[in-house]
Design a protein around this ligand. Structure first.
Ligand SMILES: [Zn+2]
Length: 505
């Protein structure tokens, strides 16, 4: 090996290690980026230092090959490494709850919660106490990165890198000469099959077998890391308009049935409108016209594909600028369920479609004031026994229906709790959902409580988080007493648990 090649490889290893540290820290957190405007006297090294990054990371994110080429006023994309790798989840103790009921609601044990919260005994909890359910900030384990020079590395300048084994559905960057290769890594969970994983990411089983050199595709082990090729991260013009001070999309790759947030900061008051998935976006503008938030719900049956996002800002006397990016939508990783029932009357698609159409209409209202400022709290102190999004086939049909909410098993009469402050907009008896309450939380966010036995509220009532609004029952199309809980965002039905685990916007 020549000295030149050896030096070249050494630099590549350093770059790759720098990328590795960033990539591993992104594990279990949303990948986001922000925009830095180059100031007089700054160089790439100093800028990177401000964001706790290596200069190479900033260079690669912006396609910069000559670190001396940056100019004052230039806008650089800064790949952010979000602090707090696993978000802390807390629960505010409500009247009537016990440590046992709270533990059951989050599928944890009493002793785990006692340890997490330094509780002497299970009776030591009090109403209003913020109990830690999931502790945040776990340090990631970093695996060594193997780099294998390929034949002809000197002449072509390319190397092959064996991707490090870590991460889950997170973004990882691997350096090749002069370019960035992004790969998604999926961590195999209990019950995953290669077929289901391939469906989620819209890949063939064969592609995954090849990408991961799998000898026996039938054998996956829990915790195994699979490289998912073909996931596209947003491509954005590097040179953002001068009026843009920061631009965030999180997560960078969207999932069917889940929510995403977009934030744009402008240096002067602006009005913003945007389009995504052939829809006009609802923009919330605050901070004297300089902060613009959008919360997007991706409908469940959105085709897995790449879609353009356009945002147009109007500002000053008559100025306007448009930002365009392409965002990819992948599957949400939902399971499948076959259901056989006899009463074909209840299956009449017209009944279900009419009910959904009504809910879309009711949850497409937009209250400009929001009444929540934290994550949603759970709507019952009862164990969750069905998750959102499971694709359903009824009596052998296609998997063209899905579970619109999360179910909580509870004895008839168990309290149903408002998930956040808001205003009751609907109390109604529906064919499928039975006695149903809808609460408007503002900014296009609604929660829905179905199959209730009794209701304690009326349309127009203002409610607070944790307030008892009804009781668990088995009204409507229900096989037994349970609470079916839904979240709707601008008329789009989305995964409620994302709203329990994350704070929007
Ligand atoms: Zn349900």
């Amino acid at each position: 090996m020549s000295d030149r090649l050896r030096r070249f490889l050494a630099i590549l290893v350093l770059n790759a290690l720098a990328l590795l540290s960033a990539a591993s820290a992104q594990e279990q957190s949303d990948s986001t980026f922000t925009v830095h405007v180059v100031q007089r006297g700054e160089n790439l090294f100093r800028i990177a230092l401000q964001y706790d990054l290596f200069a190479e990371q900033v260079a690669i994110a912006n396609g910069i090959t000559d670190s001396n080429s940056i100019t004052v006023g230039q806008r650089l994309i800064i790949p952010l490494v979000t602090a707090g790798l696993e978000q802390q989840l807390t629960h505010s103790v409500a009247a009537g709850e016990t440590l046992a009921s709270i533990a059951a609601a989050y599928s944890r044990s009493e002793s785990e919660l006692m340890a997490l919260n330094d509780l002497e005994s299970a009776d030591a909890i009090y109403i209003g106490q913020e109990l830690v359910i999931v502790a945040g900030g776990t340090e990631p384990e970093v695996s060594p990165l193997e780099i294998q020079p390929t034949a002809g590395a000197e002449s072509s300048g390319s190397i092959a890198i064996t991707p490090p084994a870590f991460g889950n559905g997170a973004r990882h960057s691997f350096a090749r000469f002069g370019e960035t290769v992004d790969a998604f890594v999926h961590t195999v969970k209990s019950g995953d099959t290669l077929f289901e994983i391939s469906l989620r990411y819209d890949q063939t089983v064969e592609t995954l077998v090849k990408a991961n050199n799998l000898l026996d595709p039938g054998v996956l082990s829990v915790g195994q890391k699979l490289i998912i090729p073909g996931i596209q991260l947003p491509r954005l013009a590097h040179d953002l308009p001068a009026v843009v001070e920061a631009f965030t999309i999180a997560p960078l790759v969207l999932e069917t049935g889940r929510s995403a947030r977009i934030e744009l900061l402008t240096s002067e008051p602006a009005s913003l409108n945007g389009r995504f998935l052939n829809q006009e976006l609802r923009v919330i503008t605050r901070d004297e016209g300089k902060r613009h938030n959008i919360i997007v719900g991706v409908p469940m049956f959105t085709d897995k594909a790449i879609y353009p996002l356009t945002l147009t800002m109007h500002y000053g006397v008559d100025a306007s600028e448009t930002i365009a990016a392409n965002l990819q939508v992948i599957g949400g990783g939902y399971g499948y369920q076959t259901i056989t029932i006899n009463d074909s009357e209840l299956l009449a698609p017209a009944i279900e479609e009419a009910e959904i159409a009504l809910l879309i209409e009711q949850t497409s209202e937009f209250t400009p004031e929001r009444s929540w400022n934290n994550s949603l709290s759970l709507p019952a102190a009862a164990a969750m026994n069905a998750v959102f999004g499971t694709l359903r086939s009824y009596n052998g049909s296609e998997y063209n229906r899905y579970h619109h909410g999360v179910d909580f098993a509870g004895a008839p009469g168990t309290s149903v709790l408002a998930a956040a402050d808001g205003q009751v907009t609907v109390v109604d008896r529906l064919h499928i959902r039975g006695l149903t309450t809808v609460i408007d939380h503002g900014w296009g966010v609604f929660t829905l409580y179905a199959h209730q036995q009794d209701t304690l509220v009326q349309p127009g009532d203002m409610v607070t988080s944790g307030q008892v609004i009804g009781t668990i029952g088995s009204t409507g199309r229900s096989t037994g007493p349970h609470l079916h809980w839904e979240v709707w965002l601008n008329g789009v039905n989305v995964d409620p648990m994302q709203w329990v685990q994350q704070v929007f916007p």
